[in-house]
Structures are given as C-alpha cells and as structure tokens.
Design a protein around this ligand. Structure first.
Ligand code: FES
Length: 310
C-alpha cells in the first residue's frame, strides 16, 4: 500500500512518531496487538516497525522510529526525508508476537523503543480488564518514548525503571515478587530479553512463559550447516539439501515456491509446517511452542531427515 504521512511528531528526543493513512480508503487492513508493518525505505530495503495504535481504529496506523546513528540508514532516511503528505510504501501488518491465547497474569517488559508493540498489548489487556503489569526501562524519563500514552493506558499498572532516578530494572527481583507463573512478553535490547529469559529459567518457570520479538538475525556464531533431507508429506518427494544451500532455495528449485523477504529468519514470510524430524531453528520469529511444528526454511535446517507439512 502507498500510505500518506498524515502526522509527524518528535518524541523523547530521537523518536519520530508517524501517523499513516490511506489516501482514499477510510479503513486499513485489520491487525492485532503485537503486529508490525514492513516499510519500504527507498534504496535501502525493508524495515519493520511495530504498530502501537488501537487495533479497533483502522482509520490509521501509528509507528514510531528511533533514529539509529549506527544503523544501516533506514531510520536516518525516515527522520530526514519524511514530510507531511509524503507517500510511504507499507505492507499489510503481520503478527509474530501475539498475546498468549489463554489469559493469565501477564508481565510486559519494554526497553526504550521496544515499547511500541507492548503499548498496543497494554491497551488490549486494559480493555479486557486483564491482570497485568507493565515494566518500562529507559535511560531516563526524558528518553522514554510514548511514556505519556503508556501512562494513560496503564495507570498504576505501569512501573518505570529509569537509572537516573535511582531505579534499575532487575528481572530476577521482579519475577521473585510474582507469586505464580505468568506470561512475560519482552521487547527491547537483546541483553534485556536475555536477562529476562535467564530469570524465567532461574525461577523454574517453563520456557513457554517467555515471549519476545527480535528484529535482528541470529548471530551465526560457530554454526556449521550440515546436509539433510526433506520429505514433502503430501507427495512423498524427497529433496536433498546440501550444506551450502537453504531449504527454501531447494524447495523453490523443486517447484515449491514459498514467499520470502528477508531470507535471514527475521520477517516470517517463508514459514511452513513440519510433521516429523529434528529441526535446527535459526530464526528469531517463532517462540518455543510454535517451533515444535513450524520452521523458517530460509535459515532453519533439519538434522538427518525431516517431513514437511507441504
Ligand atoms: S524469508 Fe524472512 S523469515 Fe524466511
């Protein structure tokens, strides 16, 4: 879609809050809390931005872009080049970061600009009168994006952690104060997500309690890809995937074209199911529960032989 920039607003110093509307249609495609849109930045490719508005109000989308001085240039372009009434190419929303289906006590933990998807979730949880708390970490109150909007939604369920006010977030302490297992959804810097994930494990809660969304590909580290076989359940065809090729490329060669975009396990476009076998997951999209039946064949691989639900 080509969407019109209806409003631009600076927030927390280095954040640009952007309101997007369709130039002709009164309603945009539906979305749910936690969804993001792919924004096409001319000459620089696609960037993902979470929607932080109200899913019930489809007259516009709200995104927020923090200027990343050390980034790849997408945020700098949006900050410099966007002006009211400019047109931006935006794909329909997708959601790889849904609120858990079965409601129970929920902790939302945001770091900085990671507040955006969680703000939409907080709005939904408030509407549902759900039991939740929102822990918001930022360098300082002045550097915390969308703080006013968040405070208006959460009320006294908002707990702020600003080091310059003498309050540092400690995931272990926060979890220790919870009397029973809760769902924890985290969005922010990787070290924040890792700290919360470690605290969940240390508290003895199952990995399924922890949910996060990452927008950067996994560090390849010392991962060494190995060849494997993929069986197509519906046809019985057996495809050999060499170590140096991706499963999605071999599938395409075999006549099964899955949609792709990032080809690095970040966007979720190529997701498919599997029925049997051991999968080495290399994406940052699927949580532990979905990884039991789904995989991202642009980066994830099988061990030995896997059966694909295609
Ligand atoms: S193409 Fe983006 S996750 Fe596979």
């Amino acid at each position: 879609m080509k969407l019109r920039v209806a409003e631009l607003r600076r927030d927390a110093g280095d954040v640009l809050a952007i309101r997007l509307e369709h130039p002709r249609r009164p309603q945009l495609p539906a979305w749910t809390a936690g969804a993001h849109v792919d924004v096409h930045v001319p000459g620089l490719g696609v960037r993902h931005y979470s929607l932080w508005g109200d899913p019930d109000d489809r007259s516009h989308y709200l995104i927020a872009v923090r200027r990343e001085e050390a980034g790849r240039g997408g945020s700098a372009w949006l900050h410099q080049a966007l002006a009211p009434d400019a047109l931006l190419t935006v794909a329909a929303p997708r959601n790889h970061f849904e609120l858990p289906e079965v409601p129970r006590r929920t902790l939302l933990v945001a770091g900085g600009i990671g507040v955006t998807p969680l703000l939409a979730m907080a709005r939904r949880l408030t509407q549902n009168n759900a039991d939740f708390a929102f822990h918001y970490c930022a360098r300082s109150r002045a550097a915390a994006p969308l703080l006013d909007e968040l405070a208006a939604i959460c009320g006294d369920r908002l707990v702020t952690w600003f080091p310059d006010e003498g309050r540092r977030f400690d995931a272990s302490t926060v979890l220790a104060a919870e009397p029973a297992e809760a769902d924890i959804l985290v969005c922010g810097p990787q070290r924040l997500a890792e700290a919360v994930e470690a605290a969940v494990a240390a508290r003895g809660w199952p990995a399924e309690c922890f949910h996060t969304e990452r927008f950067a590909a996994l560090d390849p580290g010392d991962f060494v890809p190995e060849p494997f076989e993929a069986v197509i359940a519906s046809t019985g065809a057996v495809l050999s995937v060499p170590a140096e090729r991706s499963l999605v490329a071999v599938l395409a060669e075999g006549g099964i074209e899955l949609p792709t975009s990032c080809e690095s396990g970040v966007c979720g476009s190529c997701e498919c199911g599997y029925l049997q076998g051991e999968v080495v997951h290399r994406d940052v999209v699927l949580d532990a529960t979905r990884q039991k039946t789904r995989l991202m064949p642009c980066v994830s691989r099988g061990r030995g032989r896997i059966v694909l639900d295609l």
